[in-house]
Design a protein around this ligand. Structure first.
Ligand code: NZQ
Ligand code: ZN
Length: 392
């Protein structure tokens, strides 16, 4: 077991109609002029944006709005947001939406609190010294960005998708009303559940430092999301299932399920980010399409964890060799993906990649991680290419 730092400064306000508390929360954290940042328009169609602006109007809090954060959010809009906020004297950012709107807001926040080109942080050229305070009203349970320290941005030139993490960007508050997720398309709900589970699985499949308490939290979270995802596939308006998944999403990526271990593997995410950058696929679906190939490639190097996962999370019988049990666990995950209509390879994801594309993605991925990465098994560029080939 390793020592760790656990820092989750986000005030969580959870439950029905909690969005009506947004003005009080902005005031509590010192906001006087707000940028409301959102995505492609779901918050307009659902009526959420007009509810939020009404609350701010009534409270006398000044605001401007900027929509247009696309899934795999773009750097160009981040630049636009920074300029707009500077011109308008904004001192607080409010992301209303999913991971894309939140991450875009975090990047705008970095741009406002630091000199120079904000992309430098995502390009690992220098570290941020601050971020403008932000709050979140979440509309999709998925990335955990509402409590996490990371944001992921795509630079359109070269379609480079990169993440940057620092505690500065952890939101001041997160309003979590599970009812707001009921307008999601089923596909996005399933993508979200996949992503939530993957944030915990990335931390679980490692070779060092595991703590029993962390494993118990992780396994409980994984079993819960697996069961609730199946319920939501049949009954999308089930409030309790929406609530379980939403809270799990925040806990899966706020650091809780990694305390004491060696930091986690994260290679499924890195391999997916190349897919997201190049083919603009939904993040959760991309993860599902890669995971089985990654798992089969690495499981022998992390066998005790794959065995434990198979038994404790996927309910596989403790019979046969460790390898057999581990492989049955991997198959059970793929069966689960099929049940919630997630892809299990690139073909099912709808990606028609050529051999050159796979070589390019493996190369960009290797450059992005600084050569090699992975704790279940360390992967280099050739390993990454082999996994992309397996996932075709
Ligand atoms: O853009 P709008 O119109 O809002 O529609 C969105 C979008 O099309 C829609 N949606 C969201 N809430 C809805 C809704 N539609 C109807 N009703 C609602 N209540 O769903 C689609 C997906 O939204 P998006 O914000 O893109 O999803 P998600 O939360 O999965 O975010 C994905 C992005 O986050 C990054 C991913 O790589 C990707 O770029 N990640 C961020 C992380 C972080 N900051 O900690 C960690 C993750 O691992 C991930 O990499
Ligand atoms: Zn993710």
């Amino acid at each position: 077991m390793f020592g760790f730092r656990y820092f989750t400064p986000t005030k969580v306000v959870f439950g029905k109609e909690t969005e009506y508390q947004v003005a009080d929360l902005i005031r509590e954290f010192g906001g006087t002029k707000v940028l409301i940042h959102y995505g492609g328009g779901s918050v307009i169609r659902s009526g959420l944006l007009s509810r939020v602006t009404k609350v701010l109007d009534e409270a006398g809090i000044a605001y401007i709005t900027l929509g247009g954060a696309v899934p795999n959010p773009h750097l160009t809009l981040v630049y636009e947001g920074i300029e707009l906020c500077r011109k308008e004297g904004v001192d607080f950012l409010l992301a209303v939406g999913g991971g894309s709107a939140i991450d875009s807001a975090k990047a705008i926040g970095y741009g406002l609190a630091n000199e120079g080109d904000v992309w430098d942080f995502y390009d690992y050229k220098r570290k941020a010294k601050g971020c403008m305070p932000l709050g979140v009203i979440l509309t999709i349970a998925a990335t955990g960005s509402e409590m996490s320290d990371s944001s992921v941005i795509t630079k359109e030139e070269g379609w480079v998708k990169r993440g940057y993490s620092s505690d500065y960007s952890r939101p001041k508050f997160a309003i979590l009303n599970p009812e707001l997720t009921m307008t999601l398309p089923d596909y996005q709900t399933a993508c979200g559940c996949t992503d939530i589970m993957m944030h915990t699985m990335e931390r679980y499949f490692t070779n060092g430092g595991n703590m029993e308490i962390t494993d118990a939290l992780a396994e409980g979270l994984l079993r819960t999301v697996k069961e609730q995802a199946k319920i939501l596939a049949k009954d999308p308006n089930n409030y309790n299932a929406r609530a379980e998944v939403m809270w799990a999403g925040s806990l899966a990526h706020n650091g809780l399920t990694g305390c004491g271990n060696d930091g986690g593997d994260w290679m499924t995410h890195k391999l997916e980010h190349e897919l997201g950058g190049l083919y603009d696929v939904a993040h959760g679906a991309g993860l599902a399409a890669i995971w089985g190939s990654w798992a089969r490639y690495v499981y022998k190097n992390c066998l005790p964890r794959f065995k434990r996962f198979a038994i404790n999370v996927m309910g596989v019988a403790n019979e046969g060799t460790d390898e057999e049990i581990a492989l049955r666990g991997i198959e059970a995950v793929e069966d689960f993906y099929r049940e919630i209509k997630m892809p299990t390879n690139l073909r099912e994801l709808g990606v028609k990649a050529t051999e050159e594309d796979l070589v390019l993605m493996a190369h960009k991925c290797a450059v992005g991680v600084g050569g090699e990465m992975g704790l279940a098994r360390k992967l280099n560029e050739q390993d990454m290419l082999a996994i992309y080939r397996m996932s075709m």
